[in-house]
Every structure is written in C-alpha cells, then in structure tokens.
Write a protein that binds this ligand. Structure first.
Ligand SMILES: [Zn+2]
Length: 466
C-alpha cells in the first residue's frame, strides 16, 4: 500500500458535481485511487482516523491543485512535421496533400519517438490522460510503437487504431500508397484490442477504433469498424467530422447527406462515439449529438490555424452535448499545451458571435477548465477520472501560481490559470505515481529525446525532398 499526502494547496479545484473549490486544500491518495479530499487540517484527521501513515508528503503551497487534464484528440506523429504548411496558412485539404507524402516516409522508430516527445510535452503542461489518433502505418509502423512510448512515460493512454482505405484512385483524398486494405485494417484492430485493451476501472490503456474521416475511408469500413468495436466493451469509436465547409460539401455531393446524418446512417452515433472538431454542425445536428449522447472534441488552435471556423461550443454545452478538448495533431497546431488550449477555447467562444450583447461573458474560465478535465473524461467514456473525489483515479496536477505570470492575480487565481499566460505543471500524479516533479518528468532525459526526435524529423524531410 502506498499513501501520498499533498497539502497546503492555495486552492484545490475538485471539479466534483458541486464544483467545490477548497482553500488551503489537500488530498490523500492510496495506491491508484483518491482516498480523501478536503482542507489540509481535515486530511491530517483523515489519516489519523483511518490509521494511515503517508509514505510521501508534498507541500503544494503556492499551487492550484486540480484534476489532471484530459486530451481527447491528437496525432502524435505529426510533431515530426511541425510548422510545415502552417506558416503559409494552408486550408485543411491543401495542407493534408502537402504532408501525406512526408508522413509516408515514417517507420516504427519515427512513430515511437514522436509519440514520446508529444506525450512528454503534453505531460509537462499538465495532461494525465491522452487519446491519440494514428491512422497511417507506413514501413512497418504499428500502434504498438506509440503504446511503448506511453508506457515508458506512465501516462494514461487511449490510442485509437485509425485507418485510411479510400485513396485518390477511388475518389478519396489520400494517395493510394498510404492507404491500407480493409481486411488488413480490421484484422489489426482485432489484434491490438486482444493485446492491449483494458476495459476495467483505473485502466491505463483503452483502445479506440478510428477510421480517419468520411473522405478517406469507405462506408463499408465505417460500418464494419463499428460492428467490431461493439463486440468489445470499452472500445469506443472516433473520427474527424464536420471540420470544414469543404467537408460538408464533400458529404453532400458524394452521399447526399450532411456529415452527421451520414455517420448516423452508418450506425456511428451513440455514447461510445466521439467526433473531433464538429466546427460546422447546424442546430438540428447539435440536437442529434445531444439526443444520441455522441461526444465532441473541440480543437480550437487547429481550427484557427487551418481557418476551419469556430465551433459552436457554447451551444453544444448548453444542449448537454459531451464536449472535451484536444490539441489536435501538432502540424495543425504546433503546440502540445492543453492548458493553453483551454485558454484558446475560452477566448474563441468570446469572439465572432454577432448578435450577442455581451460576447465576453459567453464562456468562462472555469467552464473551459471543465472541458479540459471532466468534459474530456466524459467524452472518453470514463467515470473514474476528470475530478478529485474519493474513489476516482489518483490523477492530478499542480500548477504554481506564485510566479511572475500570476503576480497580481490573487483576486481569482483559478481563473488566472487561463486569463494569465499558461504555465507548465509543477507536480503531476498519474495512477497514484508521481510522474513529474518540480516541472520535470521523472527519469526522462529530455535533451536526448529532443535530439533523437529532431534527427527523425530531419530524416523525413530529406527523404521526401529526395
Ligand atoms: Zn485531427
């Protein structure tokens, strides 16, 4: 048994049903789970009353202590191609066509090193659970390569086995040579579920299945993937949807339906489904998302960089749609800072909404923090993470708020996490293990990781230029 006591936090943000915020807050964790949450004095009594002795005590004075952040959409491999195409400002389809040939040069080592770097950067910013969407497997790369990276770092991981099968010769967007045969895709989905998926409480790894988008896989693969996932409890379904107006047009022209209608016709709505983006749903589609309990991952930076548009997050949240946050693939964001992404979400809901008298009040800092924590947990179908409550997984993050960024923000330090410049985590606990201390990931040689990652990135550029 391992007992950890963290106390004296300036404010402990529980994100529980009452959204309690506790001044001079403290938490006790026992093995993988949270034992108790309250004031520092109360936690001393809890330890005494229950006959527990802390194996480790961490003083979190000067910190906001809160649930670890949950990232619901990413393409970790894209950290290898940051800033290509994003500088000029390409739109989604042009940007993808620039990058497909470069990504086609990746191999197992590239997938591993990029996942390790992207996950490390997310952890440094306070993420404790990460969903990733890997949808191309060139030169022998496998989902296993990113799983290895996540296990080494100790992050809670939801890798999704993605796929592309509709090449250009069949009217799809990606080049034929990075698409896979549909039978091979389904066989590999079965394999990774059998090998890695853990549906249990406090699971550190759940597999999801994720055909890339309506414009890169066939309807049949979508249907078959859903049927396969539903034979395995806890294997959820994920894809990109309604990201751009171009995509809405593609669906209307090719299928005679709007994107969400098309997904529904394939059996792709429900509690076990979450869509990345949903930038362009109409009001009917928002109701459909709520009625079917389908989830949405909002990726504000990506939507801005690619000029995809502004997702109606306010409307979706008000309609009780499950909404979480994602940094999205690095090449369409170039940053892996989920706290920064929560700030972007808050800001983006405040601009460009004509007709609202008080646009600035449209979205609050606490609501954005909620998207990044319990919102993300709900999107990933997890009732054991996302808030600090007894019985939940011991996943938490502490941010220092006594530095220069927060000087003068004493009036509301919790809001200051997003209204001031986003900082990195000072302490992170995942599954009851301290994985980051004093801002550094335990046991990680970061300069070496960056060096290896840069070598791989350079190799890809050289090969694709040759
Ligand atoms: Zn994406």
């Amino acid at each position: 048994m391992s007992i950890l006591l963290i106390d004296n936090a300036t404010v402990l943000v529980t994100m529980d049903d009452e959204r309690r915020e506790i001044k001079n807050g403290a938490i006790v964790t026992r093995d993988k789970a949270i034992e108790a949450v309250g004031s520092s004095d109360e936690m001393v009594s809890v330890l005494g009353d229950r006959g527990l002795v802390a194996d480790r005590h961490i003083d979190a004075s000067g910190c906001i202590l809160m649930p670890g952040l949950v990232n619901c959409h990413h393409h970790l491999y894209q950290t290898l191609t940051r800033s290509i195409g994003t500088a000029e400002g390409k739109s989604l389809f042009d940007w993808l066509q620039t990058l497909y040939p470069i990504w086609g040069q990746m191999d197992a080592a590239a997938v591993y090193i990029s996942a390790k770097l992207g996950l490390a950067e997310l952890m440094l910013a306070g993420a404790t659970t990460v969903a990733d969407h890997l949808y191309l497997f060139p030169n022998g790369a496998r989902l296993d390569d990113e799983i290895r990276a996540a296990r080494e770092l100790g992050v809670r991981f939801h890798p999704t086995r993605g796929s592309m099968s509709l090449g250009q010769s069949q009217g799809g967007l990606p080049p034929d040579d990075i698409c896979e045969d549909e039978l091979d895709i389904l066989a590999d989905c079965e394999r990774v579920i059998a090998e890695f998926h853990d549906p249990g409480r406090y699971s550190m790894l759940r597999i999801g299945l994720a055909p890339c988008s309506p414009f890169s896989v066939s309807a049949e693969l979508m249907r078959n993937t859903a049927a396969l996932a539903r034979r395995h409890p806890g294997v959820n379904l994920h894809t990109h949807l309604a990201e751009t107006i171009d995509e809405n047009r593609f669906c209307e022209t090719r299928f005679g339906m709007r994107p969400l209608q098309y997904m529904q016709s394939l059996g792709w709505t429900g509690e076990d489904v979450w869509f990345a983006h949903m930038v362009h749903p109409d009001s009917k589609e928002i109701s459909m998302l709520a009625d079917t309990r389908s989830g949405v991952c909002h990726c504000p930076s990506s939507n801005m960089i690619l000029a995809s548009g502004i997702a109606p997050v306010r409307e979706m949240v008000d309609a009780q749609v499950r909404v979480g946050l994602g940094v999205d693939g690095s090449a369409s964001n170039d940053g892996n800072h989920l706290l920064g992404e929560a700030r972007q979400a808050m800001l983006l809901q405040r601009v460009g909404w004509p007709g609202f008298e008080s646009s600035a009040a449209r979205f609050g800092a606490r609501e954005a923090l909620e998207l990044a924590t319990r919102g993300g947990a709900a999107v990933l179908g997890r009732d054991d993470i996302g808030s600090l409550e007894p019985g939940k997984a011991a996943d938490l993050v502490a941010y220092r708020v006594d530095g220069i960024q927060h000087a003068g923000a004493g009036g509301d330090l919790v809001a200051g996490l997003l209204t001031c410049a986003p900082v990195n985590a000072w302490l992170t606990v995942i599954n009851g293990r301290v994985v980051l201390e004093q801002g550094e990931i335990t046991g990680l040689d970061l300069p070496d990781l960056i060096n290896q990652h840069n070598q791989q990135a350079q190799r890809l550029l050289q090969m694709s230029a040759a």
